[in-house]
Design a protein around this ligand. Structure first.
Ligand SMILES: *Cc1c(COP(=O)(O)O)cnc(C)c1O
Length: 415
């Protein structure tokens, strides 16, 4: 067997991007950079240029790149058993479910492959709850404006942003939207849909919608209303969960517990896996109700379990909290230098947003491009928010380096 090549191939970027575009559908506004290698919080492109990776596969590479715990889990499990079927008992899936249940408010887990698929499961479970527990024939789920729940038909419908729905009608029926963090609007919608409403589905912190943290008083009142009306509170933890917020789950920042929550991005550290978690009170699926061929296979579950255990072993949730405070402080200091350009810095732990003023000529993409030019990978969260979502293993030195790079980038853009 030949050894695994660790040195990346030299790729001609001009050739490789035009050939790429010839064969791959045009679904992303890609930066003209071909990434070929990663280690820790750093990635390298095909020309050998190094970047500090504060994108982490969009809040996904929890342990950064090539973490020994992941390398070990991947190589051992691929040599042992990678995929069979949920028709059989899969010990790794049971172990992962146990870890997630013991470390959250949920009692049961269902596994799938992505955030959208986890949310589809949550929507189906809420609808079954409506039919069999509430006797509702035409159930409705409320979601928030500016939310993001995925790209399948049901999840673009759940997503309260028309730009994701354009040209894809007819949408799925049974959804309506309320402004986020607005309790009066929610109360009005609950009254309007009395007799039809089965669930409220929210992000604890809106990620794609602009790194907007949930308001504690709002979520506590939402929880009360759901309890009074016997409806489910579903939290989409796909982006904010798995330690990123400085707590293991985003809802811990709000002092409430959901009935159902979903996880995906950070769960497998970049190996595709999603989970839909629920309390026993709504654990209603029976054989035949819901399934996923790849969902929870031994490979994905072993790697996700290694990610979970490493979060604990390396105390990465604490690191996320401390490095997040450092990052937020640094960004706030920069914001003071640009009162006309930067409106706000907001976020929890290692999901932070630098919010540009609506009146500013600059867009988030301009700032991201200037930072990428200087070796810092960032990602926009909408046209005016620059998002910082580094791996949870990020060091104090790396945070300082990122702050220095953003300062230099803003200085040059503003000159
Ligand atoms: C990314 C994201 C999703 C969709 O996840 P996919 O794995 O891309 O399907 C859903 N909800 C939230 C909050 C997300 O950030």
């Amino acid at each position: 067997m030949s050894p695994i090549a660790l040195e990346p191939p030299i790729v001609d970027i001009q050739n490789s991007t035009s050939e790429f575009d010839q064969y791959v559908m045009n679904t992303y506004a890609r930066f003209p950079i071909a990434l070929v290698r990663g280690a820790g919080c750093r990635v390298w492109d095909s020309t050998g240029k190094e970047y500090l990776d504060f994108v982490a596969g969009i809040a996904t590479c929890t342990l950064g790149h090539a973490h020994p715990a992941m390398v070990k889990a991947v190589t051992e499990q691929i040599q042992t058993l990678h995929h069979v079927s949920n028709l059989f008992y899969l010990p790794a899936q049971g172990e992962l479910a146990k870890w997630l249940v013991q470390n959250s408010c949920a009692d049961k887990a269902f596994f799938c492959n992505s955030g959208a698929e986890a949310n589809e499961g949550a929507i189906k479970l809420a609808r079954k709850y409506a039919h069999v527990k509430l006797g509702i024939e035409d159930p409705l789920i409320l979601t928030a404006n500016a939310s993001f729940h995925g790209r399948t038909l049901a999840t673009i419908t759940a997503t309260g942003q028309p730009k994701y729905q354009k040209n894809f009608t007819p949408l799925v029926s049974g959804f309506d939207y309320v402004p986020y963090n607005d309790i009066a609007a929610l109360e009005a919608a609950v009254a309007k849909y009395e007799g039809r409403l089965c669930a409220v589905m929210l992000e604890a912190l809106q990620g794609e919608g602009g790194v907007r943290p949930g308001d504690r008083a709002y979520f506590q009142r939402v929880r009360e209303i759901c309890d009074q009306k016997n409806i489910l509170l579903i939290l989409d933890e796909v982006q904010v969960g798995m330690g990123r917020s400085g707590k293991l789950w985003g809802y811990e920042n709000l002092g409430i517990e959901p009935d159902i929550f979903t996880s995906a991005k950070g769960l497998g550290g970049g190996i595709p896996i999603g989970a839909m978690m629920c309390k026993s009170s709504c654990d209603l699926f029976e054989p035949g109700d819901h399934a996923s061929t790849f969902g929870g296979n031994p490979f994905a579950c072993t790697v996700a379990l290694a990610v979970c255990k490493t979060l604990t072993d390396e105390d990465l949730v604490t690191n996320a909290k401390e490095r997040g405070e450092q990052l937020q402080k640094g960004l706030r200091a920069i914001a003071q230098d640009y009162p006309d350009l930067i409106e706000q810095v907001r976020g929890w732990g290692l999901i932070e947003g630098l919010v540009l003023a609506e009146s500013a000529a600059l867009t988030s993409r301009d700032v991201v491009q200037a930072c990428i030019d200087r070796g810092l990978m960032l990602v926009p969260a909408g046209p005016k928010v620059v998002r910082f979502v580094p791996p949870l293993i990020v060091s104090a030195e790396e945070i300082d380096q990122a702050i220095a790079t953003i300062a230099a980038s803003l200085a040059s853009l503003n000159s």
